[in-house]
Design a protein around this ligand. Structure first.
Ligand code: KIV
Ligand code: ZN
Length: 524
């Protein structure tokens, strides 16, 4: 619902699938995008920005399918300020029950210089493109990109033009995370007070986190009169990311006494979607991240534990169950059946299809054979494994490693590459280095390893290791993950997962698909 008479209702606009996915390395598959959109729709997000339809055939298809499937949320697509983008966007969202076109142009002096437009020329462009969007769709959102570095008089002028041309939501982006809370509130307050017609539209805030103030800036904008917050799950997004959905939603819930606004989000679904987004984007959540970090509700120190036992409110301002967090219990062993696994997954908030359950069950059995006790966190890690056997070009079939104090490590890796088997042996400085070299021999590539990270999922030497690998090739970034009780196997699989994602990214990166290339060529 985007038309509300409730003046204290803050609309939540989620852009995980657009601004989040745009983050280098966070590419999601078609099926993953559909799954995340389904979870957002179910959790009460008002508007889902499903993608940037002109960017690629894949983006177009994903937005179209999300639009056709959505039950409650408004489905929005992004379009630059040209007719081609807007037409393509409309084509993608038009099948939604509630479609929206979001069109934008950079209005600050720096951004105006890119297309080399004068203030007057840009003002005309805004009028033409918003009018065109409004002729197609009766729900149009307009954004002056880099609004917080746009001259005040010019910002006022272009916001008025967009409102007159028919935009019903005016989004004020802090594109480079430059503003601060007081300024953020003032800007919205002044726009509402000074721009004719401002009381007829919804003002939105869209903050980036470059100075770590995105959540504070978004909440301040609400205090200034904004009634839509644009955000992403886990704060996913370029550079330091976007405003985190879970932070603004929980802040409004927990501090309702001083921030008397509310959202329609079912907060008990937060943990589940946070885990899924971490998995499919390949961006793990930092341990001490507010609300969804592994340590957000952990109380290690003796004093804290004692206080917690006496009364949880001593150290907790919200209950773990408010965000859908359940205790990590000892779950099952090797005798547990498929129904028990499905049950457990449901308790943890995962809905899996029959094929996925079949695949998970095989991996659960393998794990239970190797590991005496299987905990909730182990199951969550299994869900994180980034393999997609149906679409992956590369798969590890088997591997053998020899290592120790006696000399260089040796790894023999057997892989299936586009359906064909191949095997290679390589030596390296330790088993992980040797395994990566063998994989590179089998699939030669110039991708540069930017990050290699290992974490233990639970306590004990038989704990699973989760491994993240980030690769860079010609400016394209991809991230892979895997989990296994054998750290070297997890490492090799995470590397292969990152390579599979890089291949997917190569396929997607057609010229002209970058949102940052501001193209005006087909404006008539
Ligand atoms: O940060 C930004 O300015 C954006 C716009 C496209 C709204 O993401
Ligand atoms: Zn943005």
């Amino acid at each position: 619902m985007t038309q509300t008479t409730d003046k204290d209702r803050v609309l939540i606009f989620d852009t995980t699938l657009r601004d989040g996915e745009q983050s280098p390395g966070a590419t999601m598959t078609h099926a993953e995008k559909l799954e995340i959109a389904g979870l957002l729709d179910e959790m009460g997000v008002d508007i889902i920005e499903a993608g940037f339809p002109i960017a690629s055939e894949g983006d177009f298809k994903a937005v179209s399918e999300i639009a056709a499937n959505a039950r409650n949320s408004v489905i929005c697509g992004l379009a630059r300020a040209n007719m081609g983008d807007i037409d393509r966007c409309w084509e993608a969202v038009r099948s939604a029950r509630q479609p929206r076109i979001h069109t934008f142009i950079g209005t600050s002096p720096l951004h105006r210089a890119i297309p080399n437009l004068t203030q007057d020329e840009m003002a005309d462009r805004i009028h033409e493109t918003v009018t065109h969007a409004r002729n197609l769709c009766d729900n149009v959102q307009w954004s002056p990109m880099d609004a917080t570095r746009t001259e005040w008089d010019y910002l006022k002028r272009v916001v008025e033009i967009a409102i007159k041309a028919g935009a019903s939501t005016i989004n004020i982006p802090d594109t480079v995370g430059y503003t601060a809370p007081e300024e953020s509130a003032d800007l919205i307050r002044k726009l509402i007070a000074d721009v004719p017609g401002a009381d007829e539209v919804v003002f939105a805030t869209h903050c980036h986190n470059d100075l770590g103030m995105a959540t504070a800036n978004s909440l301040a904008a609400v205090a200034g009169g904004a009634r839509q917050i644009e955000c992403t799950i886990n704060g996913l997004g370029e550079r330091a990311g976007n405003t985190a959905l879970e932070e603004v939603v929980m802040a409004l819930k927990v501090r309702h006494d001083i921030m008397p606004w509310h959202t329609g989000v079912d907060t008990a679904r937060i943990m589940n979607i946070s885990r899924r987004v971490a998995t499919v984007s390949g961006f793990p959540v930092q341990f001490n991240k507010a609300i969804v970090g592994k340590n957000a509700f952990a109380h290690e120190s003796g004093i804290h534990q004692d206080g917690m036992l006496k009364n949880p409110e001593n150290f907790e301002i919200m209950r773990p169950e408010d965000v859908g967090l359940t205790e990590s219990n000892l779950v099952m062993g090797k005798h547990s059946g498929r129904a028990a696994l499905r049950d457990k997954l449901e308790q943890l908030g995962f809905e899996v299809g029959d094929n996925q359950l079949k695949d998970l069950f095989v991996r659960f059995k393998e794990l239970a054979d190797r590991k005496k006790e299987v905990f909730d966190d182990d199951i969550i890690a299994l869900m994180r494994v980034g393999e997609d056997p149906e679409n992956d070009h590369l798969q590890i079939v088997s591997m053998k490693v020899v290592c120790g104090t006696g000399g260089p490590a040796e790894a023999t890796v057997e892989m299936e590459i586009d359906g064909k088997d191949a095997s290679a042996t390589a030596h390296g400085d330790g088993p992980v280095d040797a395994a990566f070299k063998a994989i590179r021999d089998l699939f030669p590539n110039a991708a540069h390893l930017q990050l290699y990270q290992v974490h233990a999922v639970t306590e004990g030497t038989d704990a699973q290791a989760t491994v993240s690998v980030r690769l860079e090739e010609d400016g394209m970034i991809s991230t892979g993950q895997s989990a296994n009780t054998d750290t070297v196997v997890a490492s090799a699989k995470a590397y292969v997962n990152a390579l599979n994602r890089l291949i997917m990214r190569r396929e997607k990166s057609a010229p002209g698909s970058d949102i940052r290339e501001i193209s005006y060529k087909d404006v008539s």
